[in-house]
Design a protein around this ligand. Structure first.
Ligand SMILES: O=C(O)[C@@H](CO)OP(=O)(O)O
Length: 215
């Protein structure tokens, strides 16, 4: 049975400032680097063999720290990027007008094809995240991969494995450097294919970590 670990990157400057990152980027804070070192230690204990990361700076940096601890290389996969948030990227959440906030809410309220102008829909992100996860099935037998990605991206992946709509991802709280695990199995007892073992685990962290609402 293939076990795939899913890690959200460490805390970033814009996470602490409540600014929308999307496919724009800001660096890890000192706390984010500390979180990455803690998740790296857990990854080493878990015997991670492959690290695959979104190609954005915050995930690459987190993955580098994990890779150092595990003694493996980082493979980049742009399919693991955060949602493209179009014209709202880099904006502080508190600065959004009612119309702009409406675009953002359309992503999570089930609006069909809801998206921020020039951005991506949740369904589009879900398709690329599933394709990246399915890529792990090509790894050699006995591999134990770890993917480093983002809050909404991983929320959509886990939620849709559970059968929720892509827009339901806000029901999952995925804090910075939390670990989730999904398994690919063929047991006739459980659903065949991907099943969720854990979501958003933070027991390896020694301090509070931010969720998507920066709480
Ligand atoms: O892009 C962002 O601002 C947030 C959105 O929830 O995602 P992450 O910090 O996980 O990249």
């Amino acid at each position: 049975m293939l076990q795939v670990y899913l890690v959200r990157h460490g805390e970033t400057l814009w996470n602490t400032e409540r600014r929308l990152q999307g496919q724009s980027d800001s660096p890890l804070t000192a706390n984010g680097e500390h979180q990455a070192r803690q998740v790296a230690e857990r990854a080493r204990e878990l015997g991670i063999t492959h690290i695959i990361a979104s190609d954005l700076g915050r995930t690459r940096r987190t993955a580098e720290i994990i890779a150092d601890a595990c003694g493996c290389d980082v493979r980049e996969d742009p399919r693991l990027r955060e949602l493209n948030m179009g014209v709202l990227e880099q904006r502080p959440l508190a600065s959004l007008s009612d119309e702009e906030e409406g675009w953002r809410r359309a992503l999570v309220d089930g609006t069909v094809d809801g998206r921020i102008p020039q951005g991506e829909s949740m369904a589009e992100m879900s398709a690329r995240m599933h394709a990246a996860l399915n890529g792990c099935l090509e790894l050699p037998e006995g591999s134990r991969p770890l993917l480093v990605s983002h809050g909404m991206a991983l929320g959509v992946l886990i939620g849709t494995i559970l059968g929720l709509a892509p827009s339901a991802e806000r029901r999952l709280r995925l804090r910075n450097c939390s670990i989730s695990r999904v398994d690919y199995q063929q047991s006739p007892w459980l659903a065949p294919g991907w099943v969720v073992e854990t979501a958003g685990e933070v027991t390896h962290l020694d301090g509070p970590a931010l969720d998507e609402l920066q709480r």
